[in-house]
Design a binder for this molecule. Structure first.
Ligand code: SF4
Length: 200
């Protein structure tokens, strides 16, 4: 799989107070019970802590939409796109995009003591996660929660803040994949710097 993908990033800054209306853990963590990863990955519910602790003391959130249009995939993806298992194809494209965005965000997080990143979905560090064997997380320093895994309404954040929409593969691949990540910060960041660090 080719390493470079034509990802387009959209970054929006909000004060933490401005996004609390999207934090609805009772409702959205409830939906997680129907997911195949419920109680299987340490970054997915149920939890033995209150997820609001993740936001504690942060003043700003930078919501990041990273978009990949299927039409922009290069010839390195031709074989994959011709595969007849749509779930497999979607998962491979999703993982390729996550690999790039996660790596950049973790690097951004490691560059400062003031930041915490929320990645665009479940932890992908190990397969399977040690939670399946009821063992502690193998790499607690690498694991990251996502907005949805701590109880945010990501679809509404997408529509209201990013002015965009998450699409899903049904009978065919969607027009694009949209990953929604976030950076929590104690202080206001320079959005341009954040953008440059995302694409370097
Ligand atoms: S780092 Fe590994 S063990 Fe820890 S949550 Fe992620 S997948 Fe599970």
């Amino acid at each position: 799989m080719k390493e470079e993908l034509a990802l387009k990033h959209n970054i929006k800054e909000r004060k933490i107070d401005e996004i609390t209306k999207y934090y609805q853990p009772e409702k959205f963590l409830g939906y997680c019970k129907a997911c195949q990863y419920y109680d299987k990955i340490w970054t997915c519910p149920p939890y033995d802590f209150n997820t609001s602790e993740v936001l504690e003391n942060y003043q700003y959130i930078y919501v990041i939409g990273s978009k990949l249009y299927i039409k922009d995939l290069d010839e390195g993806f031709d074989e994959l796109l011709n595969h007849d298992d749509l779930d497999y194809v979607s998962n491979q494209i999703y993982r390729a995009a996550r690999g790039i965005v996660d790596e950049q965000l973790v690097e951004i997080e490691e560059s400062s003591n003031n930041l915490r990143v929320l990645l665009a979905g479940r932890c992908l560090v190990c397969t399977p996660c040690t939670r399946e064997e009821k063992k502690s997380c193998r790499y607690p320093e690498k694991m990251h929660f996502s907005l949805e895994s701590i109880g945010f309404d990501v679809s509404s954040i997408c529509e209201d803040i990013l002015c965009d929409k998450i699409l899903w593969a049904k009978d065919i691949l969607p027009e694009y994949f949209l990953l929604v990540s976030a950076v929590l910060s104690h202080e206001k960041l320079d959005k341009e710097d954040l953008y440059k660090n995302l694409i370097k």
